[in-house]
Design a protein around this ligand. Structure first.
Ligand code: C2O
Ligand code: CU
Ligand code: CU
Length: 491
């Protein structure tokens, strides 16, 4: 069966003139401060003057209603617009939201005064001309209908966010992002486990409740905020009977925060990645979610008492002073009650078959580098792929639809860069670091993979639908500063 999605998005537009993106000069940066932004002094925990309430009951993301009456068809309107929310007591924070909320509803809409935008369907195999590429901007005040069929077998944990040239990072940190869950016709995971989406975002608030613009530190490292939120809430709470098994879909929708996570007590089984289920569950003590990655977990709460999902340290390479503290943030609290849960069916041993992509017909090598140069006008930074910054009018790679390719992503830079490609799911086959080659722990479908500094990641990939596709670092400030290219897929 083909599922059809018709998504009407009224996209509003832009106010800001497009600036040269590939290189930004220090004197262009509002509020630039090489000493790090407020609240991130070296070695200290982030201190924000604004305190956010914690411990509210975890909210389910609002679900976008389906306006279509036909089975297999989804139709809805997503409006991107200015909105206001209360993160902190007594403070209104202007945001950009889809239909007035952030993170957006489970499926999507858009009117941002004076800014172009697009909606990009991160991870989904939609036609290139429906994928919200930067080459396809939607002017402020204009409407755009995105419509696509999803092929059979594409159930997975996708998301959507804007992709306008030069404005993606800002529109996302101001609130434009939502989860798009595609369910299979028959789900091997017991329905009794539920299906809870947890979207992580990263908020920085000034004392007046507004979100400050990016600083030079943000542009170099990617914007890291002061509060990691779950579904827009700080450290929300969930109460479950002991013995509960819950299915969670974790989304890293931050611009640049690497989340290495663990529960105090509960045990985790990884059952899925970006593009759907694994072949079999894999037990994990901790997980790493780099920006834009997703994981599906089954978490077993087998001990009464409070439990937390918290962050561990992860050094992803930080330029300059002001490295934020990664470890010890409590993201989410689960109160496991003394009442035992009703018995539930066990997690199956086999989830679904994944066919290996097979022998590649072509190999390509993409080398990531960072350049920083001082000159008369200040500091110029470049985030490059194969020595070049993104150019919308240049095709970097020509590929053939339906052909398997091997991509070797080589990180010769000082920071980790999460690599993402549009339009398809790939299979990671190998990691190499310091001459040591390792295989991934499991075969999976992914659209984003972290490439640690000094590391090479090899992946197999096949684009089935023709047209131009973007590939880029998903630290959105790096994408904006040039670490992006275009692969033109030919029929
Ligand atoms: Cu989340 Cu170009 O992608
Ligand atoms: Cu994408
Ligand atoms: Cu990067």
């Amino acid at each position: 069966m083909h599922r059809r999605g018709f998504l009407a998005a009224g996209l509003a537009t832009v106010l800001v003139s497009q600036r040269a993106i590939a290189q930004m000069k220090m004197d262009d940066m509002p509020g630039m401060d090489m000493g790090g932004h407020a609240g991130h002094d070296m070695g200290e925990a982030p201190q924000s003057t604004v305190v956010l309430p914690e411990g509210k009951v975890l909210r389910d993301l609002p679900r976008l209603a389906n306006e279509a009456g036909t089975p297999g068809l989804f139709k809805a309107k997503l409006t991107a617009q200015r909105a206001s929310v209360r993160f902190a007591e007594g403070l209104d924070t202007p945001i950009l939201g889809y239909n007035g909320t952030s993170p957006g509803p489970l499926t999507f809409a858009n009117r941002i005064p004076e800014e172009t935008s697009t909606i990009h369907w991160h991870g989904m195999p939609v036609p290139a001309d429906q994928d919200g590429n930067p080459m396809d901007p939607v002017a402020t005040g204009a409407d755009r209908t995105y419509s696509f069929d999803l092929p059979e077998g594409s159930a997975g944990s996708y998301w959507y966010h804007p992709h306008p040239h030069g404005k993606t990072a800002e529109q996302v940190y101001r609130g434009l992002a939502g989860a798009f869950v595609v369910k299979p016709k028959i789900d091997p995971i017991p329905a009794e486990y539920g299906d809870t989406v947890l979207v992580f975002t990263d908020l920085r608030l000034a004392a007046d409740g507004t979100m400050p613009d990016n600083t030079m530190t943000d542009l170099m490292n990617g914007r890291v905020g002061d509060h990691v939120l779950v579904n827009g809430q700080k450290n929300p709470r969930l109460t479950v009977p002991f013995g509960t098994k819950r299915r969670f879909r974790l989304y890293n929708a931050t611009n640049a925060r690497f989340l290495r996570l663990s529960f105090d007590q509960a045990s985790m089984m990884i059952i899925g990645t970006d593009g759907g289920l694994l072949e079999a569950p894999v037990a994990a003590k901790e997980i790493l979610l780099s920006p834009a990655e997703r994981l599906e977990l089954i978490v077993s709460f087998d001990k009464p008492g409070p439990d937390t999902l918290y962050t561990l340290d992860y050094d992803r390479g930080w330029m300059g002073p002001g490295r934020p503290v990664d470890a010890g943030l409590t993201l989410f609290t689960v109160n496991v009650s003394r009442t035992p849960a009703e018995p539930v069916p066990p997690l199956p041993d086999r989830l679904r078959p994944i066919a290996p992509l097979g022998a590649p017909a072509v190999s390509r090598r993409l080398v990531f580098t960072e350049t920083i140069a001082m000159n008369a006008s200040g500091m110029e930074m470049g985030f490059l792929i194969n020595g070049a910054a993104f150019d919308m009018n240049r095709v970097d790679i020509v590929a053939k639809a339906g052909q398997v390719e091997l991509w070797e992503i080589v990180n010769k830079a000082d920071m980790d860069h999460p690599f993402h490609v549009h339009g398809t799911q790939f299979q990671v086959v190998e990691h190499e670091r310091d001459g040591k080659v390792s295989k991934p722990a499991y075969l999976s479908s992914k659209d984003t993979v972290n490439v640690a500094r000094g590391e090479t990641v090899r992946l197999l990939l096949r684009q089935d639908r023709p047209g131009p596709r973007m590939y880029h670092c998903h630290i959105l400030e790096h994408e904006q500063l040039g670490m992006m290219g275009v692969v033109d897929v030919q029929a």
